[in-house]
Design a binder for this molecule. Structure first.
Ligand code: FAD
Length: 370
């Protein structure tokens, strides 16, 4: 190990919303415990995955249900729209400017662009964090790298031979390149619904889903979803019958989705093709159809490759955790990836609780070992 390697007590990997929520709570924990920390992020500017959202992206939760700890989004929006008129459902750019202002407001020490290539055993019982700017030795590492870097595409025979365009929702920006074209939008979640709805105005869209998609009633948005999910979570904890849930995978009928359905532009009776051909697809009934492009709205997997050297990644691509702490390596915590690391942990409003608990544990740990 390089004896000149930089040292930090705590290294947070990732400067998206999860990283910022952690930064906020670590900074508070420094009032009681003396330790140093830094956040490493591989993007050129603030915002994490929101930097890559499509231009028309609308949150499914109103502003007050889309806030990090300490400084709510509505207050940030009031600064952004001084004459009023902030949209109830924030836009991608609202979230981007919020996260950017949040980072500045709390003077969070984010270093970027710095890509972490590996976390491995270091000297003196520390973890070595290898980056493209050199190594840092840390007492504790919190991984908050999200999932944007690992778009998931299902295996369908012949996919490699398909000669049309293929794009994952991770890289979709505007409908313009698809005008007048025959496009398959594959995926029955919110991304698929929103992208299919938008494209259906200018392209010939076929929306493909594994099962008939589940639309939430029109009056149900992210706020109701979160409240119901919270009640259900409490019921399960109390050993009561939680009832049939609305889930975060159900489709919120944001205005463009509602309009496309009402206009009959969003039929939902297509199941996935059996195979691809160079020109198109073979449907389950054996009929063939030509298509120009496929947009995969088939989700993401946690971006954990940097943790491979620690041998903590299970066959399911996750790390076994108690709360947010790795069971196998007690110097490692994971925040923000999804419900497996905490209730609603992959949402703006949900990650705060998980970040607070984690910062408390991490501060206690480095306080003890320091
Ligand atoms: P990210 O935002 O991905 O941040 C992780 C950061 O770490 C990124 O900057 C990444 O580049 C960086 N990184 C990754 N690997 C490394 C590495 N090895 N070294 C250094 N840096 C690295 N949530 C809501 O609450 N409300 C909504 O309405 C909502 N709508 C959504 C709509 C869409 C289409 C999507 C995709 C998500 C939506 N979400 C919503 C969910 C959620 O808010 C996001 O997925 C969120 O961006 C996850 O935050 P994160 O900080 O965990 O990860």
């Amino acid at each position: 190990t390089d004896r000149r390697a930089r040292r930090q007590d705590v290294v947070v990997i990732g400067g998206g919303q999860a990283g910022l929520a952690l930064g906020y709570h670590l900074r508070r924990a420094q009032r009681d415990t003396d330790f140093t920390y830094t956040l490493l992020d591989d993007q050129p500017g603030p915002g994490g995955a929101w930097r890559h959202g499509w231009d028309s992206l609308r949150l499914f939760s109103p502003a007050e249900w889309s806030s990090l700890p300490g400084w709510p989004l509505p207050r940030a929006q009031a600064e952004r729209y001084p004459d009023g008129g902030a949209p109830e459902y924030p836009t991608r750019d609202d979230v981007l400017s919020y996260l950017s202002a949040f980072e500045a407001r709390y003077e969070l020490p984010v270093e970027r662009p710095v890509a972490v290539t590996a976390v491995r055993e270091g000297a003196d019982g520390r973890l070595a964090v290898d980056t493209d700017r050199g190594a840092i030795e840390a007492r504790a590492v919190i991984s908050a790298t999200g999932s944007w870097a690992r778009p998931f595409v299902p295996e369908i025979p012949g996919r490699e031979a398909f000669e049309g365009a293929q794009l994952h929702s991770a890289h979709y920006r505007t409908p313009a390149p698809f005008a007048g074209r025959r496009v398959l939008v594959i995926g029955g979640g919110n991304s698929g619904a929103q992208i299919a709805a938008e494209l259906s105005k200018s392209a010939r869209v076929t929306w493909v889903t594994l099962e008939p998609p589940r639309f939430l009633p029109e009056e149900v948005d992210g706020r109701v979803l979160f409240d119901r999910a919270t009640a259900r979570y409490a019921a399960i904890k109390a050993g009561e019958d939680p009832g049939r849930p609305y889930t975060l995978a159900d489709i919120v009928q944001v205005a463009p989705v509602r309009e496309a359905r009402a206009a009959g532009r969003l039929s939902d009776d297509r199941r996935p093709p059996r195979a691809f051909t160079p020109r198109g697809v073979v449907w389950p009934d054996g009929s063939e159809e030509s298509v120009d492009a496929v947009i995969w709205c088939t989700g993401f997997r946690p971006a954990l490759d940097h943790l491979r050297p620690l041998g903590v990644i299970d066959d399911d691509g996750r790390v076994a955790v108690k709360g947010t702490r790795s069971v196998r390596d007690p110097r490692l915590w994971l925040v923000g990836y999804g419900s497996w690391v905490g209730f609603a942990a992959a949402t703006l409003i949900g990650v705060g609780r998980s970040a607070k608990q984690t910062a408390t544990e991490v501060a206690a740990f480095v306080g003890e070992t320091g």
